[in-house]
Design a binder for this molecule. Structure first.
Ligand code: HEC
Ligand code: HEC
Length: 127
């Protein structure tokens, strides 16, 4: 009555079809991030490895400090001081002036899309 072979073949085809979006996407991974670091400015507000891992928390702390306690000056571990501002400090002309060549490179790759730009204005970029 039952044709075991056909059932198994059917199941295998079914599994392949169902998982198609997964392995199809594996082949089409987005290009590796190609981040452009600032040219003139050599040091970020904190060491590179730290920023790579913790920049979201740093930004959160900056925001809370500015918005909740009106404290705008950040003192780095090495004593340098910065205005705690996403737009005016991080994205300044001397630092990460092109969101598309920095933030977006990693975020597109890792598929995170911070909502910050709903309100904060990224620098204008010439095409
Ligand atoms: C709903 C609008 C809105 C969104 C979304 C938003 N912010 Fe803000 N943010 C503000 C406003 C308004 C201020 C206050 C500006 C001031 O007083 O200088 C601010 C201040 C800040 C500050 C300190 C001041 C400055 O000029 O940067 C930081 C840092 C900051 N936000 C980071 C972020 C980050 C990171 C995100 C995304 C995770 C984010 N914000 C999302 C509205 C927003
Ligand atoms: C070297 C890669 C890299 C660069 C460059 C980078 N990010 Fe990120 N960012 C990440 C990764 C990875 C995450 C997700 C971390 C997680 O989900 O734990 C992230 C998350 C964030 C988040 C939290 C978003 C959320 O929804 O939780 C904010 C805010 C953020 N990045 C802001 C920025 C800004 C602003 C820039 C540019 C000035 C930037 N990042 C540049 C890799 C990067």
């Amino acid at each position: 009555m039952y044709d075991g072979g056909k059932i198994i073949t059917g199941l295998i085809i079914g599994v392949i079809l169902l998982t198609f979006p997964i392995w199809y996407n594996l082949g089409a991974a987005p290009p590796e991030p190609d981040i452009k670091l600032p040219v003139k400015t050599k040091k970020c507000v904190a060491p590179k490895d730290y920023m790579r891992e913790k920049h979201m928390q740093v930004l959160d702390l900056w925001r809370d400090s500015v918005v909740r306690t009106a404290k705008r000056i950040y003192v780095a571990d090495d004593g340098r001081t910065f205005n705690m501002s996403l737009q005016n400090t991080c994205m300044s002309a001397e630092c990460h002036a092109k969101k598309s060549e920095f933030c977006d490179q990693c975020h597109t790759y890792t598929d995170v899309d911070p909502y910050c730009w709903d309100c904060h204005i990224p620098p204008k970029e010439k095409k």
